[in-house]
Write a protein that binds this ligand. Structure first.
Ligand code: XMP
Length: 537
């Protein structure tokens, strides 16, 4: 028998038997993706039940799924009608693996159709929060109140259940809002338990993965750290590892984890491009630099002047982004050359990067980190190491806390790779960077003082390229206008401007105008995305 061992970057040890991968060490739930907009959310909710899961395309070979020995399978929603020609489908064999299956929305309809039921277009489309009556004698609804609110979004409905199924939930318009074939442990739910609007949704998913599938819940971040450290040590041996540290959450947590595993075999290169938030460069150095809490080799490159030089006179947003990105690679490359050949290039890639690149865990193609795109071509290394490749952002944060990285850094809001370069409209100068850094620091301080920092997903000050006339004391001024931005968003693809109490905005305005030289006007950006974007450039 041909046996090969592979330690994946996450905690999962896979043993390949005659070329087939078998998951040996963990409970695994497989989420089969039919193109639904909530597929990542399904996986995240399952992980919140301390059960590890991975997302695979519906096109994945059934034998591959069987070989993973999943404890349960979840079929996600999707935009199609399952009875249409060429609609995404699955083999009836999937339901004969002896593994519990839960179908959600499209997945529920598909399960019914494939097993001999009927799915039709509904007379009344259901969308939004809907009252559902559930039979809580079903293990899927254990401890769920009989009347509860769920999130519906469907045009089709299960007109006739497959043989062996019984209805376990109904709504005013939907006779089969959920169905079960308890004997075969097959469950179909028309609504979306993964969406927070489904009040008892997390409990339903918990009932499925922990109750019906019998998972004990062995996916925990403390054991993730322990196992990853062990796996990284085995993989790296005496080798040298190089990581580009941006100071963002992902690369910082990757640095913490690698440092715990291989200590000074790790070199982190931190490029201060002069477009970071106020004091950010020093904060990153205090944590990761010499004398900080991590054992690693830290190189800070102060490239501020070099960047300002390259950006002088450049006003076109895409050109600015390109210069900042390319310069990053140049600086990193120069540092890497000084170090010589490294064995491993580490990246802070996380699971959404993998899923969004369409890989869905199906292949080992490497997506370069969006902040350091193109790096692998420039650095002489043997292999890429991505210790966070299997984690969602909230899991990355938990790992960060496990590693003792300060909360301030772990809960840092997203910050774009090109930094303040895209928050200064038009030409970037050292003076404008100073203005936006100071204004942003005041804004963040006041938002935190008002206890609003966890209420918004992203907020920052930006510098418009507009100067206008004002009066200060008895003097005429002709200074810049600062724009305050704050958004609420789930996925950063769409966003709404956050409602900040007027008195907080006024306080921020007053402090910025009094404390930041060069500013005489403060504006609040009300634009949603679309039509706006979150950043100004
Ligand atoms: P936009 O401005 O496109 O931003 O609405 C959406 C989210 O992405 C972040 N962003 C970036 N992140 N490199 C990054 O790593 C970039 O070039 C970049 N541009 C925008 C932005 O901060 C927001 O969270």
């Amino acid at each position: 028998m041909n046996l090969t061992f592979q330690i994946l970057s996450g905690a999962i040890l896979r043993i390949s038997v005659c070329g087939r991968e078998v998951n040996m060490s963990k409970e695994l739930v497989v989420v089969i993706d039919f193109g639904g907009q909530y597929n990542q959310l399904v996986a995240r909710r399952v992980r919140e039940c301390n059960v590890y899961c991975e997302i695979y395309s519906y096109k994945t070979d059934l034998e591959k799924i069987r070989a993973m020995r999943p404890r349960g399978i979840i079929l996600t929603g999707g935009p199609n009608s399952c009875y249409e020609k060429n609609a995404p489908t699955c083999s009836p064999e999937l339901f004969r693996l002896g593994v519990p299956v839960l179908g959600l929305c499209y997945g529920a309809q598909l399960m019914s159709l494939v097993l001999g039921g009927r799915v039709e277009r509904a007379d009344a489309k259901e969308y939004g929060k809907t009252e559902v009556h559930v039979d809580n004698a079903s293990p899927l609804f254990a401890d769920v109140p009989e009347d509860t609110i769920c999130w519906m979004s469907h045009n089709d409905y299960i007109a006739q259940m497959a043989p062996g199924f019984r209805a376990i939930a109904t709504t005013a318009n939907c006779p089969v809002a959920a169905a079960e074939c308890a004997e075969k442990r097959l469950y179909a739910i028309q609504f979306h338990p993964e969406v927070l609007h489904t009040v008892e949704g997390s409990k339903m998913l918990y009932n499925f993965v922990r109750g019906i599938c019998g998972c004990g819940g062995d996916w925990r971040m403390d054991s993730f750290v322990e196992e990853s450290v062990k796996n990284i040590r085995e993989k790296v041996g005496e080798g040298k590892v190089l990581l580009a540290l941006s100071g963002g959450v992902d690369s910082s947590v990757a640095a913490g984890l690698l440092s715990r595993a291989v200590g000074r075999q790790l070199t982190c290169v931190f490029v201060d491009h002069g477009l970071l938030r106020k004091n950010e460069g020093d904060e990153v150095e205090a944590i990761f630099g010499e004398g900080g809490q991590f054992d690693l080799h830290f190189i800070r490159v102060n490239a501020q002047q070099r960047y300002y030089g390259k950006l002088a006179g450049v006003t076109e947003p895409e050109k600015k982004r390109k210069i900042i990105g390319e310069e990053f690679i140049r600086v990193f490359e120069e540092e890497a050359k000084k170090i010589g050949t490294v064995d491993f290039l580490a990246q802070g890639t996380i699971y959404p990067d993998v899923v969004e690149s369409g890989l869905g865990g199906e292949s080992a193609v490497i997506k370069s980190h969006h902040n350091v795109g193109g790096l692998p071509d420039y650095v002489d290394f043997k292999e890429i190491i991505e210790p966070l490749r299997n984690l969602f952002k909230d899991e990355v944060r938990k790992v960060g806390l496990e590693l003792g990285i300060p909360e301030k850094l772990v809960f840092r809001q997203p910050f774009p790779g090109p930094g303040l370069g895209v928050r200064i409209v038009g030409e970037v100068t050292a003076e404008k960077v100073r203005i936006v850094q100071d204004a942003d620091a005041i804004y963040r301080e006041e938002i935190a003082n008002a206890g609003l920092d966890r209420e918004m997903n992203q907020y920052f000050a930006a510098l418009t390229n507009m100067r206008s006339v004002g009066v200060m004391g008895d003097e005429r001024t002709y200074d810049y206008a600062v724009a305050l931005r704050a958004v609420k968003t789930v996925d950063f693809m769409t966003a709404e401007a956050a409602e900040i109490p007027f008195e907080v905005l006024q306080k921020v305005m007053s402090r910025i105008i009094n404390e930041v030289k060069g500013v005489n006007r403060v504006l609040y950006d009300l634009t949603s995305k679309p039509p706006g974007t979150i950043e100004l450039e």
